[in-house]
Design a protein around this ligand. Structure first.
Ligand SMILES: Nc1ncnc2c1ncn2[C@@H]1O[C@H](COP(=O)(O)OP(=O)(O)OP(=O)(O)O)[C@@H](O)[C@H]1O
Ligand SMILES: [Mg+2]
Length: 453
């Protein structure tokens, strides 16, 4: 027997013993037969003791056990159960306590599942999330936020925001949300190593049901890609305008001279007209290239697939390809396997012409240019190799960008728009192929287009 109630039982028995002892002493002065008296008192004492024990077992012990079970449940041990079935009252009590424990188990399980779902959701959000209380202490930062801004959860949680969130815009956003108790939106730049990242931050107050602000929630979206696209669009417009300006200025200048009436010098007139023709040709090529790119990029662009025979295709292109090579005194060789593959014939023609033209343009006289088409590992490979000026390593990743030229002046002189490789890359991508470039300055360049056969 343990616990407070068992002590009560013991104290009752001790009390009863003392009462019986005192009663025995008093009665012994009136009674002569002491042995009889002791026997009677003994029987009385034991009878009352048995009564006490019975009352204890039937009424006090169940309450003690029920109380212990409730204490355990209160501590969070929802598996604690109470079984006492000696009388209907206890039976009902135990049933109710056990039912309560079972419901609490269910409830805590659901709560656990919900909190796990919520934390999974918060941690897997594509945006950074920060939660602050009304005094500015951070209560939660999600995984994305830590990925973007570094440090660990411990560094943030429990700290005042202005001690750990270093960015000025983040701090200002929080202050404004506290001040105006409304939503605040802003953008800012953040450096991750040497990389620039752009973020959109939105802050909102957390208001409780009595309309009292309880904190701030911040959501940070990474808008770097969007910014890049925006700057690419701006660059593109600037580049196109720039590319158009030079030939147009030239056309305007020469036609003005002609309009001024200086038409007697036949040689000069024909020279000016030649320049005007040449420059308008350049504008036409540029516009055709731009249209080509925009068609390739449009959402409803569809490839027109043909069965192409590599030998026949190259055969048909030979006059166009060899003409320039001969003029530049470059040896042009082809090595084409007799293979068939499925692709958009016009686009593949454009790829070959662009690549061979580049090779011829950037290879000095008496150099070599070769075109190979062969099948390897279920891929059709178109390889154009030259012994020309090559491309420095630092420029290699950029040559597929629109308008990018390694040597600006030289490339423009060759009549190029700087869009050729961008178009080639697009065509290869819409064919789900891959383009590889290997080049060394002053040694030569090899560009390989790999297409699924
Ligand atoms: N085979 C090559 N050898 C050396 N440099 C090359 C070669 N091919 C391309 N380049 C470099 O890459 C740049 C981009 O090539 P791209 O074909 O896109 O433009 P382009 O030749 O200047 O003009 P176009 O649009 O008329 O082809 C070129 O300006 C040149 O500097
Ligand atoms: Mg080119």
């Amino acid at each position: 027997m343990k616990g407070p109630f068992s002590k009560v039982l013991l104290s009752y028995i001790v009390g009863l013993f003392i009462i019986v002892l005192i009663a025995g002493l008093i009665i012994s002065t009136f009674v002569e037969n002491i042995i009889f008296l002791i026997a009677v008192l003994f029987i009385v004492f034991f009878s009352v003791c048995l009564l006490f024990i019975r009352i204890y077992n039937n009424y006090i012990l169940p309450i003690e056990k029920a109380s212990n079970t409730i204490k355990e449940i209160g501590k969070g041990n929802y598996h604690a159960r109470f079984h006492y079935t000696r009388n209907p009252l206890h039976n009902e009590l135990s049933t109710n306590i056990n039912k309560l424990a079972r419901e609490l188990t269910e409830f805590s399980l659901q709560e656990q599942i919900q909190s796990e779902q919520l934390s999974t959701l918060i941690d897997n959000m594509a945006s950074g999330l920060v939660l602050l209380d009304e005094r500015g202490y951070i209560h939660l930062v999600n995984r994305k936020f830590i990925d973007l801004f570094g440090k660990t959860e411990k560094d943030y949680v429990g700290s005042l925001y202005y001690n750990v969130l270093e960015d000025e815009t983040i701090q200002e956003t929080i202050q404004k949300v506290f001040l105006y108790e409304g939503r605040v939106k802003d953008t800012f730049k953040h450096y991750v190593g040497i990389e620039n990242m752009y973020f959109e931050i939105s802050g909102a107050p957390i208001i409780n049901e009595r309309n009292i602000p309880k904190g701030v929630v911040l959501v940070l979206h990474d808008i770097t890609e969007l910014k890049k696209l925006e700057s690419m669009r701006k660059d593109f417009v600037a580049n196109v305008s720039h590319e158009l300006r030079t030939p147009i200025t030239s056309i305007k200048g020469f036609s003005e001279t002609l309009l001024d009436g200086n038409l007697d010098d036949k040689e000069a007139v024909s020279q000016f007209l030649e320049i005007i023709y040449h420059e308008s040709n350049r504008i036409q090529i540029l516009i055709e290239d731009l249209l080509s790119l925009s068609r390739l990029e449009s959402d409803n662009f569809k490839l027109v697939l043909h069965k192409i025979n590599a030998l026949e295709l190259v055969e048909s292109l030979m006059p166009a390809l060899t003409y320039k090579a001969e003029r530049k005194d470059i040896s042009f060789t082809t090595e084409v396997e007799d293979i068939q593959f499925k692709a958009d014939k016009d686009r593949i023609t454009q790829v070959i012409i662009n690549l061979v033209n580049n090779a011829l343009n950037y290879t000095p006289a008496r150099g070599d240019v070769s075109l190979r088409i062969y099948k390897e590992d279920e891929l059709v490979k178109i390889e154009v190799c030259d012994t020309g000026i090559g491309i420095p390593e630092k420029d290699l990743p950029r040559v597929f960008e629109r308008f990018y030229r390694v040597d600006k002046a030289r490339a423009r002189d060759s009549g190029g728009t700087g869009l050729g490789l961008a178009i080639v890359k697009h065509i290869v991508e819409v064919h789900e192929g891959e383009i590889l470039i290997d080049s060394e300055a002053d040694q030569g360049t090899t560009i390989t287009v790999c297409l699924p056969a």
